[in-house]
Design a protein around this ligand. Structure first.
Ligand SMILES: Cc1cc2nc3c(=O)[nH]c(=O)nc-3n(C[C@H](O)[C@H](O)[C@H](O)COP(=O)(O)OP(=O)(O)OC[C@H]3O[C@@H](n4cnc5c(N)ncnc54)[C@H](O)[C@@H]3O)c2cc1C
Length: 402
């Protein structure tokens, strides 16, 4: 039986960010992940300014910036008219003072977090360790873990479930995952194609009920991520057979060259656990809440959980705050999901795939066009992403709430 101060179940970006935040405070932390290597499927790519701030706080921003690319701006490609409304971040005043967002594949970000974590003397990462049992009492938590060499038991004072949307920790706590699954599904593709010829920025929304989606440059790889949706009538199992048809139609059969190098279909949901804390066990990231990715807010919400939780839990473990700050973490991050993340993601999905004729959307598109000239849209967009942040539940290392 091995003991530690905190067990983090799940070595995805959220679990690793929590573990790194704890290890930076000198907390003993062990990460358990069921897989034997980190996930490489196309997933999150665009990181908004609050994530850039939190990567800086974790001490990994320089590596993230050199592996990725600072976003040039945000484009809206109106598929029907072939117009690109380009909101360039270099229109911002030089003293604007906020980072501009980052394009970096989730796999590359995970690798950077893992590398920094492995260098921490109080951290331990165990791959090929799947949690299959969980118990707790007033003084600690026991996890039963399945490995290739048999079952093992780990004890800790606290346990964080960051084991993704199908969280075993959440199930073992007996918690539901309430909400809805959208009838349509998405396909994430990594593609080599000349999107620059369409005048796109590093991050873009293509606006159209059929050819809409998110198109983002993948760091400096020369590839783009295009995540588009398919109608509920089409079976998700055969999505691969339709990729070429989609791209040919997107490029209007204009003999444009493209090469799809990776693809992955997925169903999308708006769901949350009823609570993110059950005594000594906390939930974070996709284990706690999931959203459709059309705003790029899914991973951001998880990384903001990580920033809030690692600070609060680190203080509790070090005896600098009472454990009720953890309830505050759980309540505030759940509130942020319901009041900000989920509605903003849903509104963005509706905006992208709106079925109304363009003539009925003139007002909102004209507003985007006007704002692109003045730079006000860029500033507003960058500022609004800070609405997703939960301020520290501590003040100067002390509890804020008494
Ligand atoms: C195809 C796809 C595209 C996406 N695109 C975007 C996007 O463009 N923008 C965006 O913001 N978000 C996007 N998302 C969502 C984003 O990827 C997630 O929000 C993010 O991965 C959440 O990170 P996480 O660390 O919470 O969970 P995960 O990344 O899922 O990591 C969970 C980890 O837990 C491990 N694990 C699972 N069960 C166990 C167990 N029983 N024991 C031990 N370990 C276990 C897994 O091996 C995994 O490593 C996308 C998701 C998908 C599926």
């Amino acid at each position: 039986m091995s003991g530690t101060q905190v067990l983090v179940v799940g070595g995805g970006p959220v679990g690793l960010a929590i573990a790194l935040g704890l290890a930076r405070q000198g907390v003993e932390v062990t990460v358990l992940d069921a897989d034997t290597e980190i996930g490489r499927a196309p997933r999150a790519m665009v990181h908004h300014p609050p994530v850039v701030v939190s990567l800086g706080q974790l001490g990994v921003l320089d590596d993230a910036l050199s592996a990725g690319r600072t976003l040039s701006g945000l484009g809206h490609y109106i598929w029907e008219t072939e117009e690109t409304i380009s909101n360039r971040f270099d229109h911002l005043p030089p003293d604007f003072g906020l980072p501009q967002g980052l394009s970096l594949g989730q796999d590359a970000l995970t690798e950077i977090l893992l590398r920094h974590l492995m260098a921490e003397p109080t951290a331990n990462v165990l791959l090929g360790h799947r949690i299959v049992g969980l118990g707790q009492d007033g003084s600690g938590v026991t996890a039963t873990v399945r490995t290739d060499s048999g079952e093992k038991r780990f004890t800790a004072t606290w346990l964080v479930g960051a084991d993704g949307a199908h969280s075993g920790v959440r199930d073992m706590l007996g918690l539901s995952f309430d909400g809805m699954t959208w009838p349509d599904h998405f396909v994430a593709t990594n593609v080599r194609a000349d999107f620059d010829a369409l005048g796109l920025e590093d991050a873009n929304f293509s606006i159209h009920p059929e050819y809409g989606g998110v198109i983002a440059r993948i760091g400096s790889t020369g590839l783009w991520r295009f995540t588009y949706r398919e109608s509920p009538e089409l079976p998700i199992q055969s999505y691969e057979d339709r990729i070429d048809t989609f791209y040919r139609a997107f490029f209007r059969d204009n003999d444009v060259r493209y090469e799809v190098v990776a693809h992955s279909p997925y169903r999308i949901h708006q769901r949350s656990a009823p609570t993110y804390r059950v005594d000594r066990v906390l939930l974070a990231g996709d284990a706690a809440h999931i959203t459709n990715p059309m705003g790029g807010f899914g991973l951001m919400a998880g990384l903001l959980d990580a920033a809030c939780l690692s600070e609060a839990l680190g203080h509790v473990v070090r005896g600098l705050a009472e454990e009720r700050v953890l309830t505050r973490y759980a309540d505030e991050r759940r509130r942020a999901f319901f009041e900000v993340t989920s509605p903003a993601s849903t509104a963005q999905k509706q905006f992208i795939f709106d079925e109304r004729p363009l003539s009925m959307r003139k007002r909102e598109l004209d507003a985007l066009r006007r704002a692109a000239v003045t730079g006000s849209a860029q500033a507003r967009f960058l500022l609004t992403t800070f609405a997703f942040v939960t301020p520290s539940v501590l003040v100067n290392g002390q509890e804020q709430y008494t």
